[in-house]
Design a binder for this molecule. Sequence first.
Ligand code: ADP
Ligand code: MG
Length: 663
Amino acid sequence: MQETNIETRLHPANAELSRRIAVLLETLLEKEKTVEALQDSEKRYRRLFESAKDGILILDAETGSVVDVNPFLLQLLGYSYDALIGRYIWEIGVFKDIAASKEAFKILQDNEYIRYEDLPLEAFDGRPIAVEFVSNVYLVDHRKVIQCNIRDITARKRAEAEHKRLMAAVEQVEDAIVMTDAKGIIQFVNLAFERTTGYSREEAVGKSPRILKSGQQDESFYRDLWGTVSGGRTWVGRMVNKRKDGTLYTEESTVSPVRDASGRIVNYVGVQRDITEELRLAAQSQQARKMEAVGLLAGGVAHDYNNMLGVILGYTEMAMNKVEAAQPLHTDLQHILNAAKRSADITRQLLAFALKETIVPVALDLNTNVERILDMLRRLIREDINLAWMPAVGECPVKMDPIQVEQILMNLCLNARDAITGVGKVTIETGSVVIDEDYCANHPGFVPGKYVLLAVSDNGEGMDKEVLDHIFDPFFTTKEVGKGTGLGLSMVYGIVSQNNGFINVYSEPGEGTTFKIYLPWYANKAVETGTEIAAKIPPCLGETVMVVEDELSLLVIARTMLEKLGYSVLSAGSPGEAIGLAEKHAGEIRLVITDVVMPEMNGRELAERLHSLYPDMKILFTSGYTANVIGHKGVLDEGVSFIQKPYSMKDLAAKVREALRGT
Ligand code: ADP
Ligand code: MG
């Protein structure tokens, strides 16, 4: 527009000139534009250089001196612009690994492009920095420069390290961790998951957690789980899952949704703890508590019951002594006596089960003890059941009450008999085993050491898992009313634990049953071969004995028995009365037979008091249960005599003699 104006206004002679001027002007303008453009681009690049969030360093490729450096790098390294400009790179001390010397610098000179992913630098103040380093060699205005781009990766590395640590933690936790995508497909599992489930990472990833489904929970259970987590909430609960090998385990599980920045659920994370073992231990301690409760009850009842039985036994025996054996009354009395004895056996069972019975552990050889009662056991089981005895070679020393060996074997053999229909076989075996740490690791509750093994096997009907789970429960029986008490195995269990042993059962329906009992190997010498029960009533020498018993009817019967045996008897219905009698008594008192549990003073205290009056006096304790009073955990102190209630005259005669002899 402007040009046209000039042309129209000027004289044609000047037209050529003006055209030239216009061209010149144009060229000038054009040049100016280029300069401006150049300056613009220079500015733009400058701005980029100045504001870059990466460090940029320009070196003279020939000399290695710093030509330019951007503010970011200065800040990163802690140097001022002036401190770097013109300096040789190897003098600065920043690039220790790549340009520590003029020689090292050659690498940068000779390579058009170099990249170090993770290069350690040192800031001015000595602080280590990790950077990613890229160098490019190129020409600027005929001058060869090396541009170094330096990116701070310290934060990224820290994040990576944190990630690594986190991963290590995830791998090391005891809890199984499984992560799925939003569709529920497994993306990650940790080591504990592999351990618990038996599936390797490769096997699990890409699959659905359904691979663990055990069939123990119904569909609604899983619907609830998925409903909860897909609704954005955390699900906490317990479930039974199946391992790769098909075994089941119980886990406590927490499943939570994971959201991304926008709030969308992108993952689910499950944290699961295998609590199978915990549950088993809890059940075991519950079993122990149950036994204790039942034991307490049984023990309490048995105590009173025992006293009454003592009276029945005593009077019947005495009545029988007054009646000719040929008379029918004698036979009647014999029946009463037998029944009372059987009742006494049952109470004894109850007490043993309640672990309230006073046991007298002695060192014994299990083989000899089993042999001693084999005939009795053979009579106990039916004729068409063969009882095989396979003793270990050599001794099997244990320290326990021989009566307990009897109780264990009787119960196991009776159970075996009941499990066999028709012809069958029961085998009793002994042996020695060393239980090591490895075995204990797989068998909770076991303690390493040397053990005597007592195994009783039968080829009877066996048991299914449901029955197996309960056999040690007090009163658990599968037998019809009147046939089973459900106390047999609880008692065996009680005895074995009282002797610090363990018990294992192997059984399958139709495959028979084996009970394995492990009793601590008793290494201490002098193994007795069992207790000999005196058959004859030992003679009495007319010694004076004192009886203390708060149950009057029992006191009377004891007194009568002792007098019949020929002793001179002082009887007292209470500890106070006993002390009074003892103080008044002129002669000697050789022995005091005292009940242990009495209202005002226990038998042990009474014995001490009497002992101060008659230092040579022997003591014979008597009780239905004395576990808490006489000894620790029901174990009698050595050197103290004891007679279990109810007792017969024969028992009493033998025990009194034994006590008087001072054993
Ligand atoms: P009981 O014999 O009075 O039933 P136990 O405590 O002795 O009580 O035994 C409990 C249950 O264990 C039995 O009722 C039976 O079901 C099962 N049982 C014990 N021993 C055997 C065995 N050898 N074979 C099969 N089942 C057995
Ligand atoms: Mg039984």
